[in-house]
Ligand binder design. Sequence first.
Ligand code: ACM
Ligand code: ZN
Length: 761
Amino acid sequence: MIKVVSFLICFVSIYFAYSQGSKLDIIPHPFMIKYGNNYCHIPSKFNIRTNEKLLNEANFLKEYLETITFNKIPIILAKNNSAKSSGDFCINIFSSNQKTSVEEYYLSTSRSSIDISSPSKIGAMHAIQTIKQLFSLSVKKEEMKKQINSSHLIIPMVSIEDYPVFSHRGLLLDCSRHFFSVETIKKYIDLLSFYKMNVLHWHLTEDQGWRIQIDKYPELTKKGAWRKDEKGDIYGGFYSKKEIKDIVSYAAQRHITIIPEIELPGHSQAAIASYPWLSCTGKKIEVANDWGVFKEIYCAGKDSVFLFLENVLSEVMELFPSKYIHIGGDEAPKVRWDNCSKCQKRIKENNLKDAHELQSYFIKRVEAFLNKNDRKLIGWDEILEGGLSENATVQSWRGMKGGVEAANQNHSVIMSPTSHAYFDYGLESIDLKKVYSFNPIPKEVSKQKQHFIIGGECNIWTEHVPNDSILDQKVFPRLLAMSEVLWYSPQKKEYADFYSRLQKHYPLLDKKGVNYGAETVASRIQSSFYSGHLWTNAQKGDTSLNLKYKWVYKDGSTSKEKKLKESIKVEKSGTFEVQAYKRNRPYGKVNKQEFVKHKGVQKKIEYLSAKPHKSYSSRGNSSLLDGRKGSLNFRDGNWQGFSKEDFSAIIDLGKKTSISKIEAGFYQYSNSWIFLPKKVRFFSSLDGEKFEEIGEKEPFKNLQKKRGKFMFNSNVIIMSSFEGHQARYVKIEVDNIGLVPDWHEAAGSPAWMFIDEIIIE
Ligand code: ACM
Ligand code: ZN
């Protein structure tokens, strides 16, 4: 009876197939789908047929289907799909010839079978993940009921041709800043495979912890895997070789390649804490217990250091079969090398110009070792400095510039810029839509060189990710956007369509135990200037939200909470606080923006110095005079950042104005190399030509070593006659400290200076 019914339903399905097309919710979106409106009902007894090569993948599907059908599903081995067996329903998984990509697959459902073909095991796995999504996502509610009542499976009628645009689709997981369990790593491998990513970039060594067992150097995990915080509590952990082998094999079964990252020459304080002779000074130090960049790095002058690294890498290569080994190469301060006789001797003997070329020497020497062992090196874009080694692949993180440069030098490139791919950043700078807008191929790369960009990664650095729950919140749902960016054609992708498919994935993520976070900030506060006034408003992160606002004025008074329906005039200085509500319950945190009403708001400003750095340019020129004050979050979009550069500008108040105070706000977070300026000078003028200095401030030196994030306002109060100090123009000059100071771990690196807002009263 079931057979007759299923035959009829499938017949009807075929009749409608390809006519109207009901949407499937697969992520990442397949290259091509021909869809039907109806469903194929799979009888309760069916077989899987496959060949020897794809047996692992067939077994993977079998296990999945057995858990949802509670039936035993036999696997029948056959050479190819042509020799059809009995008339029973079959899922056929067979090899095909490659047309476009090794990862391609074809999948079609019909009255009597589901047919999968692919030239590769990984392609077959992608097809199986698509089937899993089809079973769990794309069956309408009423059909689902039939499925539950009849105990047979239902799958949409469909024909899919699919392959990825990029061959490298990865997630970097930092297990050094915080340690994650084997179970968590496996959960992430499952999720990566489910969303057709193919690389887990496993960040295993850092200043704050060495996480991989190395037999030849037991101190690396005895000492280097543990750090002591300020209260004396010990934090740490490491993966034993047995655990790593288990993880690697688990990943291989799901066609996820694990690329281990062993950081050198920098980010190596945990290794140096374990074996102090690895550094230039040989001094005993502790595993780092703060975030940042540290000056203790491997000595480039000692052959024993290279022998150590070769021994470590040999054990790493025994554990990880991946073609690539990531060696870091980022953020290596050169202050120790500049002051080490052995490093200087190495520079001289090898006719190197400076410490940058010494770093290049370092990387090249490690690359030669990896290449000799038939492996390829990946390094962060700093490995371009001082000359790229012969076969290196560059992972571009400080924007896409490094990647463009490497592609132009005919090197393979992985794109993971801080602008789109850093999932440790908050949603205010990288929300779901921003991730989705990422195109790993920037327009600066010519058509001929585009193939050097092999793909991208999203990076989750875990300084501020102490547990699984926060990890999930940061990675999801952004990972789904990245998976589509790296799989589907940039010309065809559409955010609205992705967004609607994504909604169907939330119940699925719930089932998988993923504590996903939000898609965007609950509200974005905006401001504008018209009719001679400053106005503010806020945009909802999602149409399902309602916003309410209140004011906490600088004079201590507050306003009542009201519905936010239109732009609100900024009447006096204070903080505009917006709370989002979903079904009358508060949703997300209160979003706050401090406004300052002053005489400089929206006045003309001319930069005499360089413009701010591209990554911290805020909303352009007007943002230093927009009445919006930067907050403790230096990525809040209000701050302008200058790397190593000074800042100076002239503000034109439009007419002769009486002023009593000029103030500028600065920021410091030395962990991120952001420092208060060396000096600030204020001037005024009536004609814009002759400037009178009205104050100079240098009060910052004693604050330079202060840790943590803080803001500091520098100002001059102008003592003047009864009617005030008269000026039309105000000039401000700010001296960046230039280089990160000597006492700092990153001594000698370019220092950031952050400024907002310039307030004229
Ligand atoms: C990096 O974020 N330092 C690669
Ligand atoms: Zn040295």
